[in-house]
Each structure stands twice: as C-alpha cells, then as structure tokens.
Design a protein around this ligand. Structure first.
Ligand SMILES: Cc1cc2nc3c(=O)[nH]c(=O)nc-3n(C[C@H](O)[C@H](O)[C@H](O)COP(=O)(O)OP(=O)(O)OC[C@H]3O[C@@H](n4cnc5c(N)ncnc54)[C@H](O)[C@@H]3O)c2cc1C
Length: 281
C-alpha cells in the first residue's frame, strides 16, 4: 500500500493535518510513539485557545481532538518512526515495519531538556520525571512532595496542577522566575513555595525518598519534576531531495510552543501536501 501522506506524531499538529487530508479524500497513516494527543494533556488550564471562554484543561481539550480523530476513522500506528528515506517514494521505518508514502508531515513536537544534575539519569522514570502526566501515572500517593525544577510557565503550570490534586509541590529554580505574572499570582495564592537562584548540586535516592541537594540546603521529596525547556524531536531523516516533506507544530517552533500555532501549522502542512500531490506527484 502506498499512502498519499504519512503523518508522524499525533499531537495537535498531526491530528489537524490528518483530519484535513482525510476530509479531502487522501489516504493517510498517522504514527504515534507514546500517546495520542501529544504534550497538551500536561497543561493544567488552557485559557488562550479560542472557543473556551472559561478555559479548559489540557486533558479535556485533547479528548475533544481525539474524539474528532476517531469520528474520521483515522488509523493510528502506535510505533516510533526511527528513520525516513526517499527513493521515488518516502520510506518510513518503525522497529516492526516499513511503510511507503508519497509525502510526509513531521509533527513530532519536542523532547524535554535534561538538567544534567548528578543523579538525575539514574532516577529518571522512577523518581525523576519531565512531564507531569508521566509523574501522575507513576505516583501512588497524591500526598507526595514534588520538587519542580524550573521557574518558567511550564513549571508553574505543573505546580498548580499538582496542588489541585493535593500533592505538595515546591518550585526551585537556579535563575530568576520567568513566567506569566498571572501564573505567579496563582502560585502565590496557593502558598506554593518558590525558591529562586538556588544551585542544585545533586539528586540522590534515600530509601523511598529523594534528596535534592542544593548549595547550603537540602530538600527531601518523593519526586522531582524537571521543566527547564524543550528541544525539537526528530527521527533520522536520510533524504537528499526534500520535496514532499513538510513540518508542522512545535518541532519547528520550539521557542513558541502553543496549540494554536501547532494546529494552524498542521492545517497549512495538509494544504501544502494537497497542493504537492495534485501538482507534482
Ligand atoms: C505544562 C504545559 C502547559 C501548556 N499550556 C498551553 C496553553 O495554555 N496553551 C497553548 O496553546 N499551549 C500550551 N502548551 C503547549 C502545547 O501543549 C504544545 O504547543 C502542543 O501540544 C504542540 O503540539 P504538536 O502537535 O506540535 O506537538 P506535541 O503535542 O509535542 O505532539 C508531538 C507528538 O509526536 C509524537 N512523536 C514524536 N516523535 C515521534 C516519532 N519518531 N514517531 C512517532 N511519534 C512521535 C510524540 O509522542 C507526540 O505525541 C502547554 C504545554 C505544557 C507542557
């Protein structure tokens, strides 16, 4: 089977592209390595997405996206695309299988930056997390203390989500806090401790707890959540002629990560694919 378009990544960008191409009558396949919906379910309260005046949680908004995807009966291959090559057609490789397509949309989003703190790697996935949804799916008690490392919008959003779920978050940042003032006010109102200009030396497991060792101070917590930024996530692309290869969403806008931009990009990429298939294929 030769698909008209292979879309890699089922976040807001990839889902938008998939629906538009399916509506237009093209054959598509959508790949997702983790969970349909992408990064958005991590968002505590989205109030800048049009149409939801009082705001909506990332989980709810994502469930609406997924419902629309299902309504259009769009098949999702749950697998990681490891590399892409091109020889007349695009060849999309997953560990299990090779797929063939006339065009490709890369909507692979971003991956979190590591803080490179001694001990971080060893505890990753058990005690150290980079996305709040991963922490919530792993943690057993909602009374857990969580050290959030990072003083940007995402760190503050995570703190608000955790306090709502009765966790005990604490924000620690090695720099000055750099987030929206309204998030700062909400965190302050909830009395979430916030420490600026704290240099973290190491993270150490101690029985069931984690010690966050800083210069002159030590915190004992259950989990560490690192939110210090993200970088584009890309499979290996061995393609000389890039005609027919398009990008959409955070993968190309890593500094301006917003659902509106991702969905707009997803739509634009789909329209570019249609134009490409109708004129050059
Ligand atoms: C805490 C938090 C709060 C936020 N709040 C807001 C907000 O209020 N308003 C707003 O507009 N935005 C917000 N965002 C940002 C928003 O979630 C992102 O901008 C949006 O999800 C980007 O969509 P995307 O489709 O480009 O990428 P993503 O959502 O990252 O989706 C990419 C998908 O591709 C998959 N993938 C990656 N590589 C591969 C591969 N090789 N093979 C198969 N699949 C792959 C990933 O698993 C992922 O599901 C927030 C983000 C966070 C973390």
């Amino acid at each position: 089977m030769i698909y008209d378009c292979a879309i890699i990544g089922a976040g807001p960008a990839g889902i938008t592209s998939a629906i538009q191409l399916k509506r237009a009558g093209f054959t598509i396949t959508l790949f997702e390595k983790k969970k349909i919906g992408g990064l958005a379910p991590n968002a505590h309260h989205i109030e800048n997405y049009l149409g939801f005046r009082e705001g909506i949680s990332g989980r709810k908004l994502t469930s609406l996206f997924v419902r629309q995807l299902k309504l259009w009966k769009i098949p999702v291959v749950v697998a990681e695309v490891t590399n892409i090559t091109k020889k007349n057609f695009f060849y999309i490789y997953t560990p299990q299988k090779k797929y063939k397509a006339r065009s490709v949309i890369l909507a692979t989003g971003t991956i979190p930056l590591e803080a490179n703190i001694p001990g971080e790697k060893e505890l990753s996935g058990e005690k150290v997390f980079y996305e709040v949804t991963d922490l919530l799916s792993k943690s057993r008690s909602n009374k857990s203390a969580v050290a959030i490392i990072g003083g940007g919008d995402v760190g503050f959003d995570y703190a608000l989500r955790l306090i709502e779920k009765k966790y005990q978050p604490r924000i620690i940042t090695s720099h000055k806090i750099k987030c929206l003032d309204l998030l700062k006010q909400r965190v302050k109102k909830k009395k979430i401790p916030c420490l600026e200009n704290i240099q973290i030396r190491s993270i150490k497991s101690n029985k069931h707890k984690v010690e966050v060792i800083c210069r002159g101070i030590k915190f004992i917590v259950d989990y560490v959540l690192i939110a210090i930024g993200r970088k584009p996530s890309l499979p290996l692309i061995k393609v000389v002629n890039r005609d027919g290869l398009f990008m959409a969403g955070d993968v190309q806008n890593a500094a301006q990560r917003q659902i509106h931009i991702a969905t707009g990009d997803g739509m634009k990429a789909a329209l570019n694919v249609i134009n490409y298939l109708q004129t050059k294929c």
